[in-house]
Ligand binder design. Structure first.
Ligand SMILES: Nc1ncnc2c1ncn2[C@@H]1O[C@H](COP(=O)(O)OP(=O)(O)OP(=O)(O)O)[C@@H](O)[C@H]1O
Ligand SMILES: [Mg+2]
Length: 723
């Protein structure tokens, strides 16, 4: 058979990696050098040329989206489907292992995944139950503590501490874990830890998979944490082969426990591994690549890589300075329209930002301009309130011991079960070391509640029992439909009659279609419902209604990893936003932010646009910041600066109650406009942001580059207009 096509479109070093014999390898290379492409071709090579069954190859990627893409690309190369092949994220694969071996893992068969939001809720309740003050012991912090410990492979009994604060967190960890275990709930970090323990402690399970997975391949290896790497080592055993690809310059999850040192550990633990370096970038124009290389050169302790391209020079990087985030969004939308007018596809455009919260203003501008968009991460379909409510019903119907689901829906829609009643149920559950369901049942049976409360709780318990009967042996979409109607959820939102409620109804309907089109794999003894619930908890944004529409792609810089787009906007390039406030004091974290900037820039193929706003309202607060230091790290000859061209009217959202049309005229008379640059004798240069009052009393707000924001009386300020 002619297999040369598997090496087509690869350079010499890539070919060497793809066609290597039975061996371990590390492909260490910069962004866009074809690492992922090598991995895909290697998998096809193993199957086609070295005659491995797809069944004996394990491939790990970083997101579900990347996993789906990888599977698709392998299938295209092979010309057949590889459904049986294990391609997934660490979390997804861990979940699959736990399902298949739930007994060995000490889990109930119908265990459920607790996502981050549910985890936080459960932590809040745990902290309350321990009579701790949530202000002093915030649930979020407890979550970080617990997840961090789990990522390091530590159970409460492994932790010893003299630190009184840590002692309390440890106590929360313990109580939280007990609650999870009682309810058959597994959080994200627990998936990894438990799967690790399963492989470590069960020889037969471990040996089974060691025999099975002859080749293990891991993409984005620089962002594995300790437990993930420990897992790879366990699975690899003595005579399997591991190929990892990564780029130390793109390690951006240190804050979540990823260890870039794993790259070195790999070379130590797999001493026979070949290191292959790729140096040609095939993704970006030389301008973009040069700029990205310059930025990352400011970091220390790099493994060091040279990246070059034969690509064209392309356009310079556009830098846009806006006076606030609204105006930034308007500029971006105008640019996207222009791109569209020139025949560009919307799905070729990515808007990247540092924090999820930054997306709202961008979304509003896109909506206003009727440009369809999709968001990855953040506002995932399965994260939306109504969808979570519906899923919680499904969970409770399939497992009554699921406390998180119980809490979520017991009084949604409202059925007169108040906080007082619930706290009685919680208390009994706690005292008897049992679940909410069991406690509630007992309270009803033994008349431990007042008449009304008892009836309300009893009818809820009956409702769930009834739904279970109605759902038995029904197809998944019928079950979902039954639950939506029977629970009263759908009716509740239908009755609400607001735009928001309408969207919620649509989302619930979308959930039914999602279950309709869901194809359970039928493996590992899972019911379709159990598989769907796991999918809902693990999938990020892949199920949005407009998945196939041509739409602008919005995502955080973190979730853009591994992807590429012809036109990329990096928004919010301001000190305090990016690099983030928290990182500025710590050199280590600042370097991680710089790597994130490198990741962002190297997503762009043809054109990169960076923008910053002099004033930004975020989380309800207005802040003034200078342009990000990363901008200054780009050689100026690679940048074209665009300034605010048309002075725009005050955006509605920003109009304060002081503003009257009279003051607007008075303001205009002063000769200054919003966004205008001005010079003050003692404060120096700044930008006009706001104004109030009329006549001689009128005041003007200026954000000075060095002195910060100040309100000044126009008549006395002696401002000199610049530009
Ligand atoms: N030898 C090659 N010839 C032509 N195009 C290539 C070659 N190798 C890779 N490419 C293309 O270059 C782009 C980048 O490749 P790929 O995504 O595999 O890079 P990567 O190293 O994984 O990047 P990242 O570090 O961002 O994950 C892709 O569009 C890919 O198809
Ligand atoms: Mg890649």
């Amino acid at each position: 058979m002619d297999v040369s096509y598997l090496l087509d479109g690869l350079n010499e070093r890539q070919r060497a990696a793809v066609s290597a014999g039975e061996q371990d390898m590390l492909v260490l290379a910069g962004a866009g050098s074809g690492k992922t492409r090598v991995l895909v071709h290697r998998i096809a090579w193993l199957i086609q040329v070295m005659n491995y069954s797809p069944f004996s190859v394990l491939a790990v990627t970083f997101t579900n989206k990347a996993a789906a893409e990888m599977r698709g690309r392998v299938e295209k190369l092979l010309g057949r489907d590889v459904q049986r092949m294990w391609i997934g994220t660490f979390h997804g694969l861990a979940h699959r292992l736990l399902r298949a071996h739930y007994q060995d893992a000490g889990l109930p068969q119908n265990f459920q995944i607790l996502d981050s939001d549910d985890q936080l809720r459960l932590l809040k309740r745990t902290i309350k139950a321990l009579n701790l003050d949530e202000k002093q012991w915030p649930a979020k912090q407890a979550g970080w503590y617990i997840n961090g410990k789990k990522d390091d492979g530590l159970r409460p009994q492994h932790i010893e501490t003299w630190d009184p604060a840590e002692k309390t967190f440890l106590q929360i960890y313990q109580a939280y874990q007990e609650a999870c275990d009682r309810s058959g709930l597994v959080d994200f970090a627990e998936l990894l830890l438990r799967a690790h323990e399963l492989l470590r402690d069960n020889k037969h399970v471990r040996e089974h998979y060691q025999k099975r997975f002859r080749h293990i391949l891991v993409d984005e290896f620089q962002d594995t944490n300790q437990i993930q790497y420990a897992w790879v080592r366990l699975l690899a055993g003595a005579d399997n082969h591991v190929a990892i690809v990564g780029d130390d310059d793109q390690s951006i999850y240190g804050w979540r426990g990823a260890q870039v040192e794993n790259l070195q550990h790999f070379l130590r633990d797999f001493p026979r591994a070949d290191t292959i370096r790729l140096e040609q970038n095939y993704r970006s124009t030389s301008t973009i690549l040069k700029a990205a290389n310059q930025v990352i050169a400011n970091n220390s302790d790099r493994l060091g890589k040279d990246l070059w391209t034969e690509g064209t020079e392309g356009e310079p990087i556009t830098l846009y300075s806006a006076f606030n985030e609204q105006e930034e969004a308007r500029y971006i939308v105008a640019q996207i329209k222009q791109w569209q007018d020139q025949g560009g596809a919307l799905s070729d455009v990515a808007l990247l930002y540092r924090n999820n919260a930054q997306s709202r203003v961008l979304e509003e501008s896109l909506l206003y301009a009727s440009l369809p968009y999709r968001i990855y991460g953040g506002l995932r379909f399965f994260d939306r309130q109504e969808v979570k409510d519906a899923v919680a019903y499904l969970r409770l119907v399939s497992n009554r011991q699921d406390d998180a689901a119980f809490e979520r829906v017991v009084n949604t829609p409202s059925r007169g079960i108040g906080e007082r009643t619930l706290s009685l149920v919680r208390e009994l559950a706690r005292n008897e070391q049992t679940t909410m369901w069991n406690a509630a049942r007992k309270m009803v049976n033994e008349s431990m509640l007042s008449g009304r409360a008892r009836n309300a709780v009893a009818s809820f318990l009956d409702l769930i029992a009834q739904l279970e009967v109605e759902c038995a042996d029904q197809p998944l979409s019928k079950q979902t439909d039954r639950v939506l109607k029977g629970s009263g959820l759908l009716a509740m939102y239908q009755a609400e009659q607001s735009d928001k409620a309408e969207t919620r109804v649509e989302n619930l309907q979308e959930l039914v279609s999602a279950t309709e089109s869901f194809m359970p794999s039928g493996e590992e003894d899972m019911t379709p419902l159990a598989e769907f619930l796991a999918h809902a908890a693990l999938e990020a944004g892949d199920e949005q209604a407009d998945a196939y529409q041509d739409a602008v792609q919005l995502m955080t810089l973190h979730s853009a990893k591994g992807l590429e787009f012809p036109l990329v906007f990096m928004t919010g390039m301001e000190e305090g936003t990016f690099p983030s406030q928290m990182s500025s004091g710590e050199p280590g974290r600042l370097e991680e932010e710089r790597r994130l900037c490198y990741v962002g820039m190297t997503r762009a193929m043809e054109k990169l646009v960076m923008s910053y706003a002099e004033s930004r309202r975020l989380y309800g607060q207005e802040n003034f910041h200078r342009p990000s230091r990363f901008i200054a790290e780009i050689p100026s000859e690679l940048i074209t600066e665009v300034r605010v061209q048309t002075r725009i009217e005050q955006p509605a959202a920003r109009r304060s109650r002081f503003h009257t049309s009279a003051s607007h005229e008075a303001f205009s008379e002063t000769g200054f406009q919003l966004g205008q640059r001005v010079l003050h004798q003692s404060f120096g240069e700044g930008t006009v942001l706001n104004y109030e009052g009329t006549g001689p009393q009128s005041r003007i707000q200026v954000n000075f580059d060095d002195a910060g924001s100040k309100w000044l009386v126009v008549a006395y300020a002696k401002l000199t207009p610049l530009r």
